[in-house]
Design a protein around this ligand. Sequence first.
Ligand SMILES: [Zn+2]
Length: 236
Amino acid sequence: MVKIVLDAGHGLRTPGKQTPNGEKEWMFNNAVLLAAQTKLKMYETVELLRVDDPTGKTDIPLKTRTDQANAWNADVYLSFHHNANTGVWGDWGGVETYTFEGNRSSSKADKLAQLIQPRLVRAMGLRDRGVRKKNLHVLRETKMPAILIEGGFMDSRTDIHALRNPHTLKAQGEAIADAIIDYYRLKKKSNTASPSNASMTFRLVTGTFLSKEDAVVAAERLRKQHGWTVYVKEES
Ligand SMILES: [Zn+2]
């Protein structure tokens, strides 16, 4: 099992965490988290635990989140964020991936961050600000490798277009999930419904007719209506 903690950062009511137009950081973070979660759920041996409030209404204290991750014995902690510089529109921008800078810094976290950052740059199409180190609570107080992702600046005239595009945020979440999938060599769950059908055929007996002509007419109708391959087989 690979136990993955997901954290969409500050709640909706946390002051200051917004674009100059008042769009909340949590909305962007949450969209990325959900895309990553959806993708990771398609893989075997994955367990997920979300430690922020999935409604965004309450800003769960960071200590509660890291305590929960530690008690759960998580393998990795992912915290999704979007940056702000001055809070007024500017020309800065770009994406960055953080790990802890202190002496408990983890080589696993560094390796994972190196896998995430180029995928993040590609998914968002924004400037590459690189893998960085910082002394942040969720990176410091977690016993497992922890990563904090800043997926673009909310007060950047360039980045904001990517942040307002739901497809780009989805691509960001999937890109981060891809890095996890690569790192842990996760195997995709087999889809039970469709793949086997390609190599199988199914026989459908449509009816019994007293004359061959009637059978041929019925077969022709089925061919035309459904595009089926229909044979008339004589039985005595
Ligand atoms: Zn943040």
